[in-house]
Design a binder for this molecule. Structure first.
Ligand code: ZN
Length: 475
């Protein structure tokens, strides 16, 4: 078969990035479209990435003292209306169950778009004293938000996520938790997804409905657009007051708790694809890749080749490497292309000549470089290579992001910069009208407030800048 078959199936990444994305997610069998518009089926290859994300994230939650629990999918409509901003923010996208068991329900039920309300109602039952605090829980669940325009992983009506919900005795402690989890997400993105992010506070306009303050992590995609890859929220006493989460403090006074919430979702898979992918397809970060190494036998029918490949696979598995042996009937060239499209970090080629020399060939997906290694001890060579690939992918993505953050001091400059696929650092006076003006003029939004306030004048009105903002077009 022609060597370029697979590449021809995928749109040109530079010319038509949206089509490239669609081609890649479908052709590598990460997802398929569900029968209801806006829904996606996560196929085994995509779900395995999610399971690896869950496993790595759960380790970090355990280390932070967070326990997993599970709360119901259905939320009484009356709960949603208890926090005014919350209901206003979510009303346009909730799906509501009005009938069940052949009858109209006395109270409509909302399919959870997020669970602050139902979890808050349970916390009010469980928390009585300062001794019950802090409460640190997380749930892995599906949520539903009725979206008008959808794309697999990036925006679908139903998606999978984790949502952490904590209650604390003081504002300081709750804020500390909010920032600590932002740090956990940032470290996770770097270590497990090889994905650099910008973190920071969101503007009032961009914050979570019902939060006092929202913090986000933003990642730069291949086309220079930003993707919000995770958020943490300091909720103050807003939900505690709406759901009566009170505790008797040490001083004998009954007080409202301070709550937080934080989440990442299957969007992260979209972020991985669009951060690292190239003309040949997926490039998966080794820590979450379902298959870390694929063994392709060369001249598989020659004596001893398949046996050696099987033995190597066993040794890799024993060393903790997720390895597969492709012993299908397809030609080696066909296999190379297929596994490249699927983004497997390392390909191992093993044929009769290698066997004779006691060697095998390692091809890395990120740079396409090939190196030989001794067959004895190949496990260690593969593990070292996986680690190197992870670091290289991170460094490459970070260099690209840093290169493409530019400053602008006027709307025209800002527009021209985002047109070229940059993030833009610009001053902002803090008023909503100027934020809206940027959106209208350049179709760019405030992604996060920059940690360092370096700009002196507002990009939209020219008045004194209260903060420095990272603006970008966003998914
Ligand atoms: Zn202004």
């Amino acid at each position: 078969m022609a060597k370029d078959n697979f590449v021809e199936q995928i749109a040109d990444i530079e010319k038509d990035f949206p089509q490239w994305y669609t081609d890649v997610v479908v052709k590598t069998k990460l997802v398929d479209y569900g029968p209801v518009k806006g829904t996606m089926v996560i196929r085994p290859y995509g779900y395995a990435i999610w399971e690896n994300i869950q496993r790595e994230m759960d380790k970090r939650f355990r280390a932070a003292g967070i326990e997993n629990a599970y709360f119901p999918l259905l939320i009484p409509m009356s709960f949603m209306t208890k926090e005014a901003e919350h209901v206003e923010g979510f009303a346009p996208e909730v799906a509501v169950v009005t009938h069940a068991g052949g009858e109209k329900l006395a109270e409509p039920l909302v399919i959870r778009p997020t669970s602050e309300t139902i979890i808050g109602s349970m916390y009010s039952k469980w928390i009585q004293s300062y001794r019950d605090l802090p409460v640190l829980m997380n749930q892995w669940a599906n949520v539903m938000r009725w979206e008008k325009t959808t794309r697999p992983f990036l925006r679908t009506s139903e998606f999978l996520w984790q949502e952490g919900h904590t209650v604390h005795a003081s504002e300081e402690e709750a804020m500390e938790m909010t920032l600590k989890m932002l740090g956990v997400y940032e470290e996770f993105a770097a270590t497990c997804l090889a994905m650099p992010v910008l973190t920071g506070r969101k503007t009032e306009k961009e914050k979570f409905a019902g939060a006092v303050a929202t913090f986000g992590m933003e990642a730069m995609m291949h086309d220079g657009k930003s993707l919000q890859a995770g958020t943490t929220h300091y909720l103050g006493q807003n939900f505690a007051k709406a759901f009566d989460i009170k505790f008797l403090d040490k001083d004998g006074v009954l007080k409202y708790g301070y709550t937080t919430s934080f989440g990442v979702s299957t969007r992260l898979i979209g972020a991985i694809i669009m951060t690292h992918g190239d003309a040949r397809g997926l490039v998966l970060p080794p820590v979450v890749a379902p298959v870390q190494a694929v063994i392709v036998p060369i001249a598989a029918k020659k004596e001893g080749v398949l046996e050696a490949c099987r033995a190597l696979k066993e040794r890799l598995a024993a060393a903790g490497v997720r390895a597969v042996l492709d012993d299908s009937e397809n030609s080696p060239g066909w296999k190379f292309n297929e596994w490249e499209m699927k983004g497997v970090p390392v390909r191992i080629e093993l044929g009769p000549r290698d066997l004779e020399a006691g060697k095998c060939l390692l091809a890395r997906r990120d740079t396409h470089e090939k190196t030989e290694c001794a067959l004895a001890g190949a496990e260690e060579s593969v593990k070292a290579l996986l680690s190197d690939i992870s670091h290289n992918m991170y460094a490459r993505a970070k260099a690209r992001m840093e290169e493409r953050i530019v400053t602008a001091s006027s709307l025209e400059e800002l527009l021209s910069a985002v047109d070229k696929g940059n993030f833009v650092r610009a001053g902002w006076c803090g008023c909503r009208a100027c934020e809206d003006r940027v959106k209208e003029f350049a179709q760019a939004t405030a992604r996060v407030l920059d940690k360092e306030h370096t700009q002196t004048t507002c990009v939209a009105c020219g008045k004194k800048a209260e903060s420095t903002v990272i603006f970008a077009r966003a998914y």
